[in-house]
Design a protein around this ligand. Structure first.
Ligand code: GRF
Length: 207
């Protein structure tokens, strides 16, 4: 049984996709052990509560230093005994010690086809604004392992989405969520839970 901890900061629609997958059985061999947010008002915490999943709020803002937060944050994550940590719209920098300890056991969903529109400053609507400004015809989402860089870890799954005439950043964001994010993130969790994902030479093989 894969023990999964989901880290969130906002609405939690990707968390909901994982919860639904586990409950419907499209994600097997998986238990969501807990949800951690840096934002006490994150609706993602309400989603967890609605499904009787333990929710914890821990924010860097309530600590004297980032080092103190990082230490308590890692302790909190460790306490849930995760086999896999899922970043689902989590907006806090992951401490290097956590990346080291959970090497290739932390995954992130990014709302673009990496290496396009990713890296520092590319998050949320900014990703879709940049795609529309550039005039790309195809966007999408990527699930990747988290390493020390920003959106630079080994890519697990990607799914493309068409840009349509008249798209605004908000419309495009929603389509990428519906057609890509909410599909490939649960799929990635299920693949990992069933031992079908390996990393060789910093590249992912799906068995
Ligand atoms: C998603 O667009 C995801 O790609 C990005 O942050 C957003 C989180 O949305 N990393 P939600 O909280 O899962 O609804």
């Amino acid at each position: 049984m894969l023990n999964v901890v989901v880290l969130v900061s906002g609405g939690g629609t990707n968390l909901q996709a994982i919860i639904d997958g586990v409950e419907k059985g499209t994600i097997t061999n998986t238990k969501i052990a807990g949800v951690i947010s840096n934002n006490k008002n994150a609706y993602a915490l309400t989603r967890a509560e609605n499904h009787k999943i333990p929710g914890v709020c821990i924010s860097p803002k309530t600590f004297a230093s980032r080092e103190e937060f990082n230490e308590k944050f890692l302790e909190t994550v460790d306490g849930l005994k995760p086999d896999l940590i899922v970043l689902a719209g989590f907006l806090v920098v992951i401490p290097p010690a956590m990346i080291e300890k959970y090497r290739n056991r932390i995954i992130n969903i990014h709302p673009s086809l990496i290496p396009s529109f990713c890296g520092t400053g590319y998050y949320g609507l900014k990703v879709h604004e940049a795609a529309l400004v550039r005039g790309v015809r195809v966007v999408g989402a990527t699930v990747h392992f988290v390493d020390e860089g920003t959106d630079t870890g080994p890519i697990i799954l990607q799914k493309a989405v068409e840009v349509e005439e008249g798209d605004t950043p908000e419309i495009l964001q929603r389509r990428v969520m519906e057609q890509a994010e909410w599909k490939i993130l649960p799929e990635a969790v299920d693949l990992i839970a069933n031992g079908k994902v390996i990393v060789e030479d910093n590249r992912v093989k799906i068995l």
